[in-house]
Write a new protein. Sequence first.
Length: 374
Amino acid sequence: MTHDVAVVGAGVMGCSTALHLARGGMKVALLDRGAICREASGVNAGTLTMQMTRAALIPYALRAHEMWLRMPEWCDGGDVLATACPGLSVAFTDREAAMLEERATARRAAGAPIELVTPARAREIEPGLSDRIIAAGHCPVDGFTSAYLTGRAFRPALLRAGVDLSEGRAVRGIDRGTGGFTLDTAAGPLHARRVVLAGGVWLEEMAAWLGLRLPVKVLVNQLVVTERVAPVMRTVLGVASGLLSLKQYANGTVLIGGGWQGIGDRRRGGLAVRAENFQGNVRLAAFTIPALKQARVVRSWLGLEAETADALPAIGPIPGVPDAWIIGSVHSGYTSGPYFGKLLAQTVLGQPPDLPLFPIDRLLAPAAQAQEDA
């Protein structure tokens, strides 16, 4: 059997791409070496924030924010418990205040409704906030999901759309022939007329299958969750330095993130929490929301995040390889993930995408370096 398209990587971007391709009339195979959305897409902080999104991606993030909130409508009832709430980014130092102003200006110009507010106004929005802040940015369009539900939300919709979902089926390489592509998988070859690489931190290795050198940086982010506590916050909260993200779920637990790095790599995954970074992360959280000083930590875990050289997405056709596309590897990619997948699906289906893609020509290493690395 030959599929119209094979999507390699079943994270949020791969799932969205596959779903929209199937609904567009294509016979789609979706493959992942593990379970659906159980790598980065299922272990991140689930933040849907404009204030942590680069200005160039604000138009995409705004559309994706709406998709997350309306997910049960377009994903056959799939639900990640998306919650809309205000967002605050705060500053404790003059340097952070300057960063806030610069970033708010750029993101506001891109369409995000961010305004700078006084510390007093920030504490009206978030009463539990520290009295040590000197400035804050406020965005009414913010929110979060329960990221671990992402795969559970996508799976029924994918199956009902006719997607051939293969979990636990690692792809080891791709051969290009006259009739399309043959994927070398752990369960035997799979044939497809087109291929989409959606492997996140593994896109560097996947691109090499097709002769390209696409450098991808890997972040090993630590996350922490507390026990259930009485309500201590009602916003998505960050610090201008980028070292903190906070939100409290309906069950009372508080998720603490901010990109503090753990021990691990692309090949082995997340290996261990880095103790000094764990301490720094929770101390900053308790400094920002003082009531958290009384909360006990339940557990900490690690999630891999991919990032290109310019922190913008790799989304578009693969140069020199007709009928091959790539998607992924963008900082804070979960926020915009479902919309990016929709855009790429439009392109593969021969439709003009609603917003421009991010072709990877700008990111590729010279051919000579690719040959040396091979």
